[in-house]
Write a protein that binds this ligand. Structure first.
Ligand SMILES: [Zn+2]
Length: 335
């Protein structure tokens, strides 16, 4: 099978496969665009035009490139306004690597109604897995653009039956293709349950990033996930409105002081374009200046980490070595 990532050393990007060693400095969770399911029904507010989105996204990428960033993972699931042809055009125009995902979002804000409808006529896990595998190995929709990773999600405090189906399907697809998995968690909860379910279904722990783990400062929760072998996503820097950066920095520094740098990836979960009605300017102004800024880690967080005793080499490990090792499917070396 033409797998999404293998020992061949190749990785699918939106413009085709690249050598994993070509990734360079990589942010592991940024979004070109998001549209919550139902956005397409708001015909009064279709959101920015394609050319407008291209201008915004090109500017963001050039800002990242000026800080030395060469690649990013856009883990937009299928049901959150994903447009891989747009990403391919953007990537080709900027010379910036973008890895896209296959997968489905959490029950509360994802495309559940469709799968609920299908579920009346038979189990959906196999159908979801078939979709994920096709997108990883053949192409997304009518394109030959292949996903490089599988995205799954759960909400705060519970993994619902629907989310459990998605996790099972993701495990089937990962086992069939070798593709790794990245997750969404809320408020630093249920990462342990995601890890338990995926590992029980045969996915090696080091092929899983437990995303948004910086949504809690619970050191024991973090270390438990790390000891079992998965990666933590400290991937919401700048979203102070959800959880303060000061806590993210403090808990990341605590983990790095214990030499866990091989199992942490960093990012912002920035969203550059909103399909449908965007966040009103007055509201977004109240969210602070750092939100959705994909250079915030380089400009503001790295200095804070250095001041907290973290070494530049640990920062380089998180930005360069870990994305490469994760996509290569090689287990990290625990401290
Ligand atoms: Zn995200």
């Amino acid at each position: 099978m033409n797998t999404a990532n293998t020992s061949s050393g190749l990785l699918n990007t939106v413009t085709g496969p690249i050598g994993i060693d070509e990734l360079g400095v990589t942010l592991m969770h940024e979004h070109v665009m998001i549209g919550y399911p139902g956005w397409e029904a708001d015909s009064l507010r279709p959101g920015p035009r394609r050319e407008e989105m291209l201008a915004v996204a090109t500017d963001r990428i050039q800002q990242m490139q000026s800080r030395g960033v060469q690649s990013m993972l856009d883990p937009c699931p299928n049901d959150l306004g994903r447009d891989v042809e747009f990403s391919a055009e953007l990537s080709a125009a900027t010379g910036f690597n973008i890895i896209c995902a296959t997968g489905l979002y959490k029950e509360e804000e994802g495309g559940k109604p469709y799968w609920h409808f299908r579920g009346q006529f038979g189990p959906v896990v196999d159908a979801m897995a078939e979709l994920f595998i096709h997108e990883l190995t053949v192409g997304i929709g009518a394109t030959d653009i292949k996903a490089g990773i599988i995205k799954v999600a759960s909400g705060k405090g519970v993994v619902t039956d629907y989310e459990r189906d998605i996790l099972q399907a993701a495990a089937l697809a990962s086992n069939a293709t070798g593709a790794p998995i990245t997750t969404h968690t809320d408020s630093g909860t249920m990462g342990d349950e995601q890890q338990r379910l995926l590992v029980a279904a045969g996915v090696p722990a080091h092929k899983i990033i437990i995303g948004h783990s910086c949504g809690t400062a619970d050191h024991d929760y973090h270390v438990n996930l790390l000891e079992k072998g998965s990666y933590l996503g400290f991937d919401r820097f700048g979203i102070d409105v959800v959880y303060p950066d000061a806590e993210r920095v403090r808990s990341l520094a605590a983990l790095l002081n214990k030499q866990w740098q091989q199992q942490i990836v960093v990012s912002h979960d920035s969203v550059w374009c909103w399909r449908g009605e965007p966040i009103p300017a007055a509201v977004s102004a109240g969210m602070g200046e750092t939100i959705f800024n994909p250079t915030h880690f380089h400009d503001h967080i790295i200095p804070q980490l250095l001041a907290a005793g973290v070494s530049q080499s640990q920062i380089d490990t998180m930005l360069v070595d870990n994305p490469r090792r994760f996509f290569a499917g090689t287990a990290p070396v625990a401290p």
